[in-house]
Design a protein around this ligand. Structure first.
Ligand SMILES: [Zn+2]
Length: 222
């Protein structure tokens, strides 16, 4: 088994995953397939080095292709976010399989330095909350993870382009964050004509969790 230390974080997350010796290409852990009933028998090319984006499309065709076969869910993001995407897909599949509802990913892209995952699932599905949480965790993770190398990152602005990068890969200048507001995610809905805070949480990168923060701790009402 060939492993390189640079990719050891993948191995921590997915014990069966084998990293390969060049680039950031890696093979997807077979154990990730066990919840995906759509998966075709593993083909001969699995095991060869292939781009992780293509590997995901091959492994999860029903999830990542649209009705006419286009790979609309093929991730359009940097290698540094590979682990975040794989983890999100695992959670989304788990949520969908728990209810048997059809789930399709319509897009995995970067916008304003943040990962965006678009999902098609029935609003009546009881899996919606779990899927929304999987997406929230992935987006929060992307906001503090360099999209080139996967190291801890922050938002940089160069010209009009925003990107999340580590110090080594940062382009332009870091976008300032008010003290205490690092990795804060606030979800607000309008209800009965009033804006209400639905959740106010801080993303913890070490544990990949969102932890409740009292809005008052941030100087917010409610
Ligand atoms: Zn980096």
């Amino acid at each position: 088994m060939k492993q390189i230390s640079r990719c050891s974080r993948y191995l921590n997350e997915f014990p069966g995953m084998v990293s390969v010796a060049y680039g950031m290409a890696f093979r997807i852990d077979d154990s990730l397939l066990k919840r995906d009933a759509s998966h075709e028998p593993v083909q001969a090319r699995i095991g060869q080095v292939m781009d992780w984006r293509d590997a995901l499309v091959e492994r999860y065709p029903v999830l990542l292709r649209d009705g006419s076969g286009r790979a609309v869910g093929r991730p359009g993001v940097g290698d540094g976010w590979a682990r975040i995407v794989v983890r999100a897909i695992g959670r989304i599949l788990a949520a969908g399989s728990s209810t048997g509802d059809a789930v399709r990913i319509l897009g995995i892209a970067e916008k304003y330095g943040t990962l965006r995952i678009s999902i098609d699932v029935s609003h009546r599905s009881t899996a919606v909350a779990a899927i929304e949480e999987a997406v929230a965790l992935a987006e929060a993770a992307s906001e503090c993870t360099c999209d080139i190398c996967g190291g801890e990152g922050m938002l940089y602005e160069s010209g009009n382009v925003l990107s999340t990068r580590c110090v080594a890969h940062g382009a332009g200048a870091p976008v300032p964050v008010s003290p205490g507001w690092e990795n804060i995610r606030i979800v607000r809905h309008v209800k009965a004509g009033k804006v209400r805070t639905v959740s106010c949480r801080r993303y913890d990168r070490a544990t990949d969790t969102l932890i409740d923060v009292p809005p008052s701790a941030l100087g917010l009402d409610e």
